[in-house]
Design a protein around this ligand. Structure first.
Ligand code: SUD
Ligand code: ADP
Length: 287
């Protein structure tokens, strides 16, 4: 079975406070883009979970989030069968695009069918939260307001149609480091509600004006090259520019196709990993 695992971007990411459990209470508007890993699932009779990937940055063992997804289902539903999980990686690793979380979510969706478990989507999303904060959103995909530590999902309409240029500098960023370096009293809070309204009203201009990410200044301070990419993205004509998640990927929104090549080619000059994709914003097919 082949399952698509799309990347996400955060159109808005606010951090409200640090919780007693060490996580941060967040308010995020997330949406999927047309850049996806492909997860191939093959049932095995050896009772083991195998991870296969050609990408040297993808862990090939129990540390892989897709492995954790399969292990969780096997344990919870007393499954004896094994599975070989081949990850065809397209989403850059440790990029702020939730590649690993999306692989885990795709594995949950796929194995739910292959093992005929009939787990309802909401329950699958709750299981996903045990693997990572972004996995619940990735189980549904689409566009959502995510609260709590990111695992409480309220569906939003598909945002106005546009292109997304993604540019990832060569550095990888650890999400834990970024949250650790965040000064809650110094946060410039984005207007999450304005973003939600922009999407509901299908107002592209307002969506551009309300892009905001409370983690951006932290990562920018740690890695000044991210600020440079942001600047270049704006200079080459993106309508609005923001860092996704904890970074370091920068995305630019572009409404008109005629402008896409200019931004894409401009960025390729100083970034190896640049993608021009469509914003999807629609929920995943179940598997
Ligand atoms: C920042 C975001 C925005 O979408 O994404 P990425 O940049 O990772 O893609 C998410 O909040 C990341 O979600 P995810 O990557 O699943 O995080 P987890 O594995 O659950 O947590 C990694 C570490 O980040 C910190 N963490 C994460 C989520 C949260 N709400 N508060 C936190 O403080 C914790 O230190 C935790 O140990
Ligand atoms: N299937 C996977 N794909 C990519 N990274 C994975 C995967 N499973 C575990 N990881 C680990 O998770 C870390 C974060 O990866 P990723 O999900 O790509 O980034 P982010 O959380 O920034 O969106 C990586 O450093 C990697 O070691």
């Amino acid at each position: 079975m082949l399952v698509k695992a799309p990347a996400k971007i955060n159109l808005s990411l606010d951090v409200l406070h640090k919780r007693p459990d060490g996580f941060h209470e967040v308010e995020m508007v997330m949406t999927t883009v047309d850049l996806a890993d492909r997860i191939e699932l093959e049932l095995m009779n050896d009772g083991k979970i195998h991870i296969l990937s050609h990408d040297r940055f993808v862990p090939g063992d129990h540390r892989n989030l897709a492995y954790k997804a399969a292990a969780l289902l096997r344990e919870r539903y007393k499954i004896k069968q094994g599975v070989a999980i081949t990850i065809h990686k397209q989403i850059p690793v440790a990029a702020g695009l939730a590649g690993g979380s999306s692989d885990a979510a795709a594995t949950l969706r796929g194995l739910n069918q292959l093992w005929k478990l009939n787990i309802p989507l909401d329950e699958l999303a709750a299981l996903g939260a045990q693997i990572g904060s972004d996995v619940s959103f990735c189980v549904y995909g689409g566009t959502a307001l995510a609260t709590g530590r990111g695992e409480i999902i309220q569906e939003l309409p598909v945002p106005p149609n546009c292109w997304v240029i993604l540019a990832k500098p060569t550095i990888g960023v650890s999400t834990a480091d970024v949250y650790q370096n965040l000064r809650i009293d110094k946060i410039k809070h984005p207007d999450t509600n304005a973003m939600v309204q922009a999407i509901k009203k299908q107002d592209y201009q307002a969506m551009c004006e309300n892009l905001g990410n409370a983690l951006e200044s932290v990562t920018l301070k740690m890695h000044p090259e991210v600020a440079h990419i942001k600047e270049q993205m704006g200079r080459f004509g993106a309508d609005a520019v923001l860092m996704s998640g904890s970074g370091p990927t920068v995305f630019g929104l572009v409404e008109y196709e005629s402008k896409v090549n200019r931004v894409y080619n401009g960025l390729r000059g100083f970034c190896d990993q640049v993608f021009a994709v469509r914003l999807i914003g629609e929920r995943n097919p179940l598997a």
